[in-house]
Design a protein around this ligand. Structure first.
Ligand SMILES: Cc1cc2nc3c(=O)[nH]c(=O)nc-3n(C[C@H](O)[C@H](O)[C@H](O)COP(=O)(O)O)c2cc1C
Length: 179
């Protein structure tokens, strides 16, 4: 299966990256192919709501890196949303990319892709993840994504906090168990 990872963390060696490395190891061992986009390092601008894409066959007026991200997503079967929890939601990097799905909404919905959420957060109270989870679920429903798992790594402020937790193995198992 072709998997596209959208990494919304700005930290190259952060918690999301460590979780994604474990997830990738599991997924590769199971024979899946992965393409990862580290959104913070890319040139991706917010949607301008100009509706140019509606009259131009899904081509966005913004000529930036989002075109190659969307091309890759439309060629894949599973989408991984990875984000540190920021103010009870996803990072701006990930949200900016998701808003740009608008140009390919119809094609994305028709594909009925699978999806996964991977999200570290410093807080230990599961209640803080309600907003992020509700948002993810709503996006899945709208884009007709079939959720294959959510890994909320609570109590993780720094990547080292993952040491000795079950989260790295859970990420690896999530990748390895994809079918
Ligand atoms: C701007 C900002 C906002 C944050 N907001 C939250 C939050 O609302 N809840 C929480 O539990 N942690 C919050 N955190 C902590 C991060 O989610 C946590 O450090 C995470 O492990 C970072 O992941 P990364 O290393 O992949 O970027 C915030 C961190 C930053 C920098």
């Amino acid at each position: 299966m072709k998997i596209v990872i959208l990494n919304g963390s700005p930290r190259p060696r952060g918690s999301s990256s460590r979780l994604l490395a474990a997830f990738t190891e599991g997924a590769q061992a199971a024979g899946h192919g992965l393409t990862r986009f580290d959104l913070d390092r890319m040139n991706i601008h917010p949607c301008r709501a100009c509706y140019y894409c509606e009259d131009h066959d899904g081509v966005c007026i913004r000529r930036d890196d989002m075109a190659k991200v969307l091309k890759s997503i439309l060629d894949a079967e599973l989408l991984v949303f990875a984000t540190p929890m920021y103010y009870f939601g996803m990072s701006a990097q990930l949200k900016t990319a998701i808003d740009r799905f608008f140009a390919a909404d119809g094609k994305l919905r028709a594909k009925r892709m699978k999806s996964v959420l991977i999200a570290p957060a410093a807080d230990t109270d599961p209640a803080v993840s309600r907003g992020l989870l509700a948002h993810y679920e709503q996006i899945c429903q709208y884009l007709r994504l079939q959720d294959q798992g959510r890994l909320l790594a609570l109590g993780i402020n720094e990547p080292e906090d993952l040491d000795g937790t079950e989260f790295l193995e859970a990420a690896r198992a999530l990748g390895a168990g994809l079918i």
